[in-house]
Design a protein around this ligand. Structure first.
Ligand code: ACO
Length: 379
């Protein structure tokens, strides 16, 4: 029997509304804590790999060595893309922003899977691992194609982070580079009912399909108020140019009511717990590179925003400097976020499917009532 309750009016942007039950992750905005399936992010960061987090989110526990090796092998076995998907990526204009290419590539993968519409949980679990393995390859292949470079075959001896770096650079990464990207993946893997995860759950709740749900999520992540902010951070730092210009630039931006990218969060009212990990990496890398000005400018912006508005840096603020210092092109920052978050998106998709009900809120109608149609010739 269906139960209907009286509509509850939410804050603008669904602020404060609980949209799902989840065992996957908890964002404690008041105390600045992030939990993945029982583990505090500070406990996981530096102690487990991205693949272990994939296992944790999908199996609700950490793997032992043989389970981890089996997962790594399974992911490696799924990396090759259907030739038709590569052909589609090849046809895209080189000027296509990579997030558009990624959204198109993931959508295209669904066209080459004859079981795409199988909405069983078992099938969704398998497709989840396939997508986790293929999304970095779609990103890297488009990046190579737009530069007119040959495509490389994935290396089964490399983990997810290292294989992605190998595919874009053409050489296996240093241990430091691999470790850095792997930690970024761990920190970005899941985050409660964020906008892209919510959109993925809405799509799968109609019993659409996993490819459609991940495609929806990519489109949602892309915006500058969500994952797209990391690209905006470096653009902002480049525009500011030097530490001496920060105060005047920020004052001017605030006077114009512009949003400072990488600052503020809907849920965290204190420090985003991922930010200190990224800040530490950003500090080390930009100093090694001999360009400490990026982190110096960032620190000054964060200081001003906290003092003036009580706002803190979010995950995108320092991840931007980390990727930039690793030599990763600016427009791959958000795709990297998407690669890591596919672990969370797919775990939420499976969780939603396992106990599904259509997600269908209401709206509060504010338009006119009782209008009468004037015949078209008289309008
Ligand atoms: N720069 C300047 N002022 C800000 C910022 C910012 N980055 N963020 C919030 N504010 C101010 C608003 O102007 C508003 O001030 P007011 O009350 O004086 O008008 C107040 O803080 C509340 O801001 P809202 O926009 O209502 O907060 P909301 O919860 O809707 O937005 C969001 C959260 C989108 C993250 C916002 O802080 C923002 O736009 N940040 C910049 C973009 C960004 O970094 N996005 C990444 C978020 S993390 C992620 O998705 C991975």
């Amino acid at each position: 029997m269906s139960t209907t309750t009286a509509p509850v009016k939410s804050g603008k942007g669904l602020e404060g509304i609980v949209a799902a039950e989840t065992r996957l992750s908890d964002v404690k905005g008041d105390i600045g804590e992030l939990i993945y399936a029982g583990y505090n992010i500070n406990e996981l960061a530096g102690n487990v790999s991205y693949e272990e987090v994939v296992f944790l989110l999908h199996e609700n526990r950490l793997p032992n060595t043989s389970e981890l090796n089996a997962l790594k092998q399974e992911l490696a076995s799924y990396r090759e893309l259907p030739a038709g998907v590569v052909k589609i990526l090849r046809e895209l204009p080189a000027s296509t922003p990579p997030m558009h290419a990624l959204r198109t590539g993931i959508s295209a993968l669904g066209c080459f899977d004859s079981t795409a519409d199988d909405s069983s949980v078992e099938s969704a679990k398998k497709k989840s691992l396939q997508l986790i393995a293929q999304i970095p390859v779609v990103t890297a292949y488009f990046h190579r194609l737009r530069q007119g470079k040959e495509l490389l075959a994935s290396r089964s001896d490399l983990g997810e982070a290292a294989n992605f770096l190998y595919l874009i650079d053409g050489v296996a990464p240093s241990a430091q580079k691999e470790k850095t990207l792997d930690l970024c993946y761990v920190l970005h893997a899941d985050h409660g009912m964020n906008a892209s995860t919510f959109s993925a759950r809405v799509t799968i709740a109609t019993l659409s399909d996993v490819y459609s749900a991940v495609t929806t999520a990519i489109g949602t992540l892309k915006g500058p108020l969500h994952g797209g902010a990391n690209e905006g951070v470096i653009k902002m730092l480049k525009e500011i140019g030097s530490v001496d210009n920060v105060d005047a630039w920020v004052a001017d931006a605030m006077a114009q009511k512009k949003k400072i990218m990488g600052i503020g969060h809907r849920v965290y009212k204190t420090l985003d717990p991922r930010a200190p990990h990224l800040k530490k990496m950003a500090n080390e890398l930009s100093t090694q590179l001999g360009e400490p000005k990026w982190i110096q400018m960032s620190d000054r912006i964060a200081e001003i925003m906290f003092k003036e508005k009580g706002l803190n840096a979010n995950v995108d603020f320092y991840s931007a400097t980390v990727y930039y210092s690793m030599g990763i092109p600016l427009d791959l920052f958000t795709p990297i976020f998407a690669i890591a978050r596919t672990a969370g998106w797919t775990a939420h998709i499976v969780e939603q499917l396992a106990d599904n009900r259509l997600i269908r809120p209401q709206s509060n109608y504010t338009g006119p009532v009782g209008l009468v149609v004037t015949p078209i010739a008289q309008r």
